[in-house]
Design a protein around this ligand. Structure first.
Ligand code: PMP
Ligand code: GLN
Length: 381
């Protein structure tokens, strides 16, 4: 096969989910909710499937979803988005990321990546011929400095890829951090691809700030979202990109040869969902915040050093006190087989200088599932 892709194993999410099934474990590894998702959104998709048009929609997405995306950007972030030239629907955020990287990078261009990073970023940067430059965030607060950015940016920087809120660290970038990134992007005349799939999953009364909304960044950012996260329907694979026309056009060139389009009934349902009342969005974050608190307290009660989680479906925990020689992969293999609880080793999100003493748990699960997982852990520790 392709030499570059052959150098990668199977993604850690698939590996841990298969191990979890094999061992009859509770799967707190791969990030997905274990409920059905909002009934009205599901009903809208079902109605559209049975009574709507089921042939290829426009490659840019259905007009109703694109209009809903522009309205959503105005409603939540005060962004003025032209749906006809500045929005595009993709088959998941994964495709949106791939289309952005393939569409924007020329061989030799440098791409600044923050570690820990989602596992699809680096292979696609490399497939596009990009040269990765890493900024390593360090537990427990996952912070970075001006000097870290000085070291990573160069005259060859084409773009920075940022994931905010950040999986798996559960960090939400604050305004000062975003301003620092914005300063470097502008100074280097670069772009920012912003993976904001967890934009509506931010806790403790904080609000997500799109990098795109900062001064000077409107026409340098490509903002990516996912219905999978916003509507707890991860299997749907409906994603979207919002960007200035001159940035979206090259990305659309890649998209037309990747998937070209996305199922129209799902697009209809997501268009409906994005227009839901405020209570839906606040309820999503509040419900997950309660689950974060439930799992974090449980993990602490069995001896984990739980790190703060400001957003996403995830909480990270330090495992140093359990031994395992600081080997998070060995710990997770042991945990799934012996405690019958699956987690994700955070080292899988690094290519260099990986911490090996942190694992990630997903809390978007029913309360009784979280409680049973804690009981299983209590039994082993
Ligand atoms: N980016 C991040 C940070 C993610 O956690 C995920 C996974 N769910 C994705 C992108 C992929 O999203 P999608 O399922 O919409 O492709
Ligand atoms: N985003 C999900 C996670 O981080 C997994 C997605 C996938 O399985 N590729 O767990």
């Amino acid at each position: 096969g392709n030499a570059l892709l052959s150098s990668y194993g199977t993604t850690i999410f698939e590996v841990m989910s298969r191990l979890s099934e094999e061992h009859g474990a509770i799967n707190l590894g791969q990030g997905f909710p274990d409920d059905r998702g909002p009934a009205d959104v599901l009903q809208t998709a079902a109605d559209a499937l049975l009574t709507g048009w089921n042939q290829y929609p426009s490659m840019m997405g259905t007009p109703d979803l694109r209009q809903a995306l522009a309205a959503h950007a105005g409603r939540f972030y005060g962004l003025d988005v032209d749906w006809k030239t500045e929005t595009m629907v993709t088959s998941g955020a994964t495709e949106a990321l791939t289309a952005c990287l393939l569409g924007l990078i020329n061989p030799g261009d440098e791409v600044v990546l923050f570690q820990p990073m989602y596992d699809s970023y680096l292979p696609i940067v490399r497939l596009a011929g990009g040269v990765p430059r890493f900024v390593s965030l360090k537990a427990p607060d996952w912070s970075f400095s001006r000097a870290d950015l000085e070291a990573a940016f160069s005259p060859r920087t084409k773009l920075v890829l940022i994931n905010d809120p950040l999986n798996p660290a559960a960090k939400v970038f604050d305004r000062a951090e975003l301003e620092l990134i914005a300063e470097f992007v502008q100074r280097h005349d670069a772009l920012a691809v912003c993976d904001e799939v967890y934009e509506h999953i931010v806790f403790d009364g904080r609000r997500h700030i799109p990098l795109m909304s900062l001064p000077g960044m409107r026409d340098r950012c490509l903002k990516i979202g996912s219905a999978g996260k916003t509507f707890s329907l991860t299997g749907w694979k409906v994603g979207y990109v919002t960007a200035a026309p001159h940035l979206l056009q090259p990305v659309a060139k890649a998209h037309q040869f990747l998937t070209f389009t996305t199922p129209p009934n799902l697009q209809a349902a997501v268009a409906y969902g994005l227009g839901k009342e405020e209570a839906y969005f606040t309820g999503l974050a509040a419900g997950l915040q309660a689950k974060r608190d439930r799992l974090s307290a449980g993990l602490a009660s069995v001896g984990f050093d739980v790190l703060p989680s400001a957003g996403t479906y995830f909480v990270a925990a330090d495992i140093s006190r359990f031994g395992f020689d600081g080997d998070d992969q060995a710990f997770c293999r042991w945990l799934v087989a012996e405690a019958k609880v699956a987690a994700i080793p955070v080292s899988a999100f690094f290519v260099e200088n990986a911490p090996t003493n942190v694992v990630r748990f997903c809390f978007s699960k029913k309360d009784e599932v979280l409680d049973t997982a804690i009981e299983r852990l209590r039994h082993r520790f």
